[in-house]
Design a binder for this molecule. Structure first.
Ligand code: LEU
Length: 85
């Protein structure tokens, strides 16, 4: 599987949704990417697994924690994702 670093510039909303999180013992996966959104144009894809958000590892993060970190980016959003080959 590939790791891909995605940078989204400016402010949210970015146009994607997450599922999973540590409270469910599931990886944080991108469940939906809105067409023509910043997330879509920036290369984010459905089923990508979030590995880090703004340089902070996602291991152990709950769904709510991850959403807070994304919402409080305050400017550009840097996410590392793992994409199934
Ligand atoms: N729904 C948010 C957005 O599109 C992202 C979510 C994962 C916090 O900006």
């Amino acid at each position: 599987d590939d790791h891909i670093l995605i940078t989204l510039s400016g402010e949210g909303p970015w146009g994607f949704r997450l599922q999973g999180g540590s409270e469910k013992n599931l990886p944080l996966l991108v469940s939906k990417v809105r067409k023509r959104s910043k997330a879509c144009r920036g290369g984010l894809r459905e089923n990508d697994e979030l590995i880090s958000i703004n340089g902070k590892a996602c291991a152990g993060l709950s769904h709510a924690d991850a959403m807070l970190m994304i919402d409080s980016s305050g400017g550009s959003l840097h996410i590392r994702v793992k994409r199934a080959a």
